[in-house]
Every structure is written in structure tokens, then in C-alpha cells.
Design a protein around this ligand. Sequence first.
Ligand SMILES: [Zn+2]
Length: 407
Amino acid sequence: MRYIVLVGDGMADFPLPELDNRTPLEVAFTPSMDEIARIGACALFCPIPDDSPPGSDIGNLSLFGYDPKASYTGRAPLEAVNQGITIAPNQVAFRCNLVTLRDGCMADFTSGHITSEESAQLMAALNARLQGFPVYFSPGVGYRNLAIVTAPPDQVAELANIFCTPPHDITDQPYAGHLPTGPGSEFPRALMEASRPVLEEHAVNHARIAAGKNPATSIWLWGQGMAPKLQSYRDLFGITGAVISAVDLVNGIGVAAGLNVIKVPGATGYLDTNYKGKVAAAQQALREFDFVYLHVEAPDETSHQGRTDLKIRAIEDFDAYVVAPFLEYLSAHPNTRVLVAPDHVTAISTRTHAYGPVPFAVAGEGVVPNDVDVYSERAAAATGVVLTQGHTLLPRILKSARLDFMV
Ligand SMILES: [Zn+2]
């Protein structure tokens, strides 16, 4: 059996007045996802436990089949693992966004989607200029960088437990009340403050301003934690697999799970991503591995932008360029299961992630159809089936010979 998981990050949403009380998934033209639901099963599951923040880290861990409550140490440690960084017992990894702060507000948590090349130059400057701090900066994809902090042994846990706010949760809001708080938070605050003059003077930012783009005015630290510990897919399920994503944290879960991370050129995490390359890489991987996890970030990014039109386009692109080829794959390889799901709701109305159940659809060998003919939040809810322990969904798909979600 081959197992394929296709993730449209944040594609679930709430009904919107501007869409006549329909959701983007309901409005978007998605014949392939509808077909998965029609020939297979569709219902709701809860990727985010009630007492966990609704982030992509928690949501993807659940989708991969790990109980976030038992396995989660933070988003940044997963991204660090992906970059091949070993986090020592006396270290804490922070996500280090490059952000645009303007007029006391979080004007842009992506610094105008700053490029990886520009980010790398800015991280190098921070490493050179902030040597008085016990930290090193490691560049990632675009604005998504890391800061690895070394702490005295008695302060590591404290540093891991500081309360930090994800910058995408406070877009266009005053940031002052959202700086790190709690015991030990003076350190990340001081580091963020110290980054500002270094960034302000840098040629990369001068060029961005001259080109009318948002400059990176500050680092923003969040998502921190100590080294992650996940049991491997081989030990848990006896299978091999691959992960394809533009996003470090998703790849990091893959590395921590003992899966092969396949990097695809031109995978950007946005609407212009290389769908074709990702799908080709996934289908190639299926010749070698039992399992492929293909993650697409664009529905989430467009939701954070508050752009309903772009979110619908991202969903339609996901359907046409990602789901459709695997529907074909499924008809050519019946000994396969294909799961389509988001990792959480990203609400256009608030421009951020939200709690709540999200729809999944799964088709393939041994899947008992349950009379759903479209893939949407409403259609999934109408089945009355909600897997409240979201992390149990994938293990069921990987382990059960017969998949009947109505019993
Ligand atoms: Zn997400």
C-alpha cells in the first residue's frame, strides 16, 4: 500500500458575509477534492487540541499522527532539526522572523516577503554585530530564520517557557503589549531591541526601501523550545516515507520522524510555488517509499493577507495542480490511499489561525464511502462525524485494513 497526504495549509475557514455565508472552500472550484470525498470518506477532525495554540506546528504534528501534547516542544526546534542544527541540552531555539515595525505597529510579519538571500545577509550581519549575546542566527526560507540561544543550565527551562506572541497574530496592531513576557523575558526583548540599529544600517534594507519594499526593521522572537523528540515512522508504523514542503517546520517534523525530506527547487510557500515540481518529486518518491506528505502553504499565507480572492485561487490551484494528479495516480494504482486535509483553520475574518474542526477526505483501498459528494466544512459537518483526537486520523489510515468513519 502507498499512502499520500496532501495538505492545504489553513485552507479551512468560516462562512464569510462577502461570500453569501459560504466558505472559500465552498466557493472555490475544486472538482478533484470533491471527487476524493465522493469516492471515499469525508468528515471532520480536530488537529488542534483545545488547550494548545492553533499553529501550523501543532496542526501538522497532529496530521502526521503525533499527539501534540506528548511530543511538542515548540515550532523553532522542529525548524532547527530541519536545518541540521543539533540543539544542545543547554540551548533553546527561537523562531526569528524578520519583520517590519512601523508607527508602533506590526506592519508586516514577512518584511514584504523578503528573500532568502537578503535574509541570509541580515543574519550574517547580526552574527557579526551581536557577539556580546550568547546567540547565533541561522538563516531559513524567506523571513523565517532561527536564533539559537545558549543559557546557563538552570535557566534553559525558564527561557523555553517565556510567553512569546506569533507576529502573524498581531498584523497592523500595536506590538508593544505583545513583546515577550514572563521570567527571563528581558533577554529576548534586549536581543530584539539590539537588532534594530544593525538592520537599519544594512545595505539590504536601503535597497529595499529604495525599491518601495518593506524593510526588515527588527527581528521578532517566538515559537521557542528545547530539542524535539519524536518516535520514527519506521518504529511506529513500519513504513518509510518522504516529506515535500517549502516550510522548514513541516520538513523539521519529517526529519524528527525519520522521514526523507525532499527539497524541490522553486518551492516558495506562496502562490508562485513550483506545484509541478513538487508533484513530480512526490510521484518519484512513491516508487521508493511507502508514504508521502506533500504540504502547500499558499492557502495559509493568502488568509493571513486577508485576501479572500487569493485564498480561493490558492485552493483552486491546490486542487488543480496537486490533488488532480494524485486522483489520476490513484486510478492507476488502486493499492493506494490519498488523504486531503488542512492543518487548522486560517480565518480570513481575523487574518490568523483558529481552533475548531476541519474537513478531511480520504479515498483509496479499503475506504468505505460515506455519501458525501463535495469537500467542504459544511458537507463534512453534515456527516456528524468529528474525530476530536485529531492525531488519531493518520494512524488509522496507515494501520486499518478497512476505513469506515461512520462506525
Ligand atoms: Zn498551518
